[in-house]
Design a protein around this ligand. Structure first.
Ligand code: ARG
Length: 459
């Protein structure tokens, strides 16, 4: 205890040390320092322009803030817990630097509109960063898709081999998912990109502020229309966390695929050495830790979302100190999501599919549906065709044989409808290419989708 508080006027004793410790946010909200200064410079400029404070005072304030900014960037600034948060730390430093005129900065402003302005500036920038990172991931997936059009693999339902697909089709599926994630972030930007400053503590401000001017200075596209809403609501931020949670779910799910594919049992892919780690006791292992951590870190981001939803649920209008708790979940989600997207991009770029193994796994009984459909084309009702092929599968399984080993004579024993061309179906490439519906896995359709994305991504 204790620096003289900027709000200390009505208090007759200093703050309890426990309270200082418990209520501080400087340990984490210093992340917002440069955004806070940006907001303050715009505010000071506007106060001077409007004649609310003398122009030369505004200039002194701006110069002081710029010096503080430099000190922060150079790591020279001394953050003090007893000054509570990033806003108070910077304002106090300003007053120490330029004297009492620094106290004019807070004219027509409250920390309630100040904090959410800095937070929105921060989130706008980070959302744009995430959008860019997702673009890199999409490009990596597209490139992998181009490289793997001629690899066939089994696709699974229930983790049982279902039907053959082109591996490229798989990569394009995730491209679609991350594209939607990216669109959600873009859409959310519209609601983040709104200026709260000028709303005061909750009711607006009794000085002739020029909010248009401040919005332009700070690059906000819109001005928040209601001062209660501007200071108290966090729904656009919850939306960000929700988008982050969905994106993490997609990343986690894809991680799981690659973890399975990398196992000795599957051996579908090889992960580059530089992206895996060894075991301290079992020398044979090459562990997919990056993927496991993406999968594991999902829990944090879901937690972040639930934290903020819970924080706002019972809050009376307008600002309450509970809202200080909005920051750490967002910082954590931003860091986790960015790291996970970068990790997945590297994995996708470095991953080496094992064509021989995938191809082999794509054959065999994964072709059974197509054999049934062959009979359907010859006029047999699907249910009966299903039964016939079921019998064939049973017969071969008993003998420990694969579907490809069957001869035309054997097929004819199960149905007289089988002819020479039935044997074509015993090739997974042929079978994959039969799925020519729009959105299907036939080579021509996959190439069509690759071209679509090449145009979209301008590559
Ligand atoms: N550190 C606070 C926060 O993050 C700033 C706003 C404080 N406002 C107040 N009325 N105590 O929300």
């Amino acid at each position: 205890m204790s620096e003289k508080k900027l709000w200390g006027g009505r208090f007759s004793e200093g703050t309890d040390e426990f309270v200082e410790e418990f209520t501080e946010s400087i340990s984490f909200d210093k992340n917002l320092a440069l955004y806070d200064i940006k907001g303050s410079i715009a505010h000071a400029k506007m106060l001077g322009k409007q004649g609310i404070i003398p122009q030369e005072d505004a200039e002194k304030i701006i110069k002081g803030l710029e010096e503080i900014k430099k000190e922060i960037e150079e790591g020279k600034f001394q953050w003090k817990k007893e000054l509570e948060d990033v806003h108070m730390n910077i304002e106090k430093a300003l007053i120490e630097k330029i004297g009492n005129v620094g106290g004019k900065l807070h004219t027509g402003r409250s920390r309630n509109d100040q904090v959410i302005t800095a937070f929105r500036l921060y989130l706008k920038e980070e959302t744009n960063n995430i959008i860019q990172l997702l673009r890199q991931l999409k490009k990596a997936l597209l490139k992998k898709a181009e490289e793997t059009v001629d690899i066939v693999m089994p696709a699974y339902t229930h983790l049982q081999r279902a039907q053959p697909i082109r591996l490229a089709h798989y990569f394009l599926a995730y491209l679609e998912m991350y594209n939607r994630d990216q669109e959600r972030f873009k859409d959310n930007l519209k609601r983040i990109d709104q200026l709260p400053l000028g709303s005061g503590a909750l009711a607006g401000v009794d000085f002739p502020l020029d909010r248009e001017f401040v919005a332009k200075e700070l690059g906000f596209s819109e001005i928040m229309r209601n001062s209660l809403d501007a200071t108290a609501s966090r729904d656009a931020i919850i939306e960000f966390l929700s988008n982050a949670a969905v994106c993490m779910a997609n990343l986690s799910r894809q991680s799981e695929d690659f973890i399975i594919w990398n196992s000795a049992e599957f051996s579908f892919v090889e992960l580059p050495d530089k992206l895996t780690t060894g075991s301290s006791i079992m020398p044979q292992k090459k562990n997919p830790d990056v993927l496991e951590l993406i999968r594991g870190k999902v829990g944090r981001v879901y937690g972040d979302l639930v934290a903020l939803l819970t924080i706002v649920k019972g809050l009376p209008m307008a600002y309450n100190r509970d809202l200080q708790e909005d920051k750490e979940p967002v910082f954590n989600a931003v860091k986790t999501l960015k790291g996970s997207i970068i990790g997945m991009t590297k994995i996708v770029e470095g991953l080496k599919p094992r064509k021989d193994i995938m191809e082999k796994a794509a054959g065999g009984f994964a072709l059974a549906t197509d054999l049934a459909n062959y009979l359907v084309r010859k006029g047999l009702p699907f249910r009966q065709a299903h039964h016939v092929v079921g019998q064939i599968v049973g017969y071969l399984t008993q003998q420990g044989k694969e579907l490809e080993s069957i001869t035309l004579e054997e097929l004819k024993k199960f149905s007289s409808l089988f002819e020479e061309d039935a044997l074509n179906i015993l090739n997974p490439y042929y079978v994959a290419d039969a799925r020519k519906t729009f959105g299907g896995t036939a080579k021509e359709r996959v190439l069509e989708q690759i071209n679509y994305w090449k145009e979209k991504l301008g590559v």
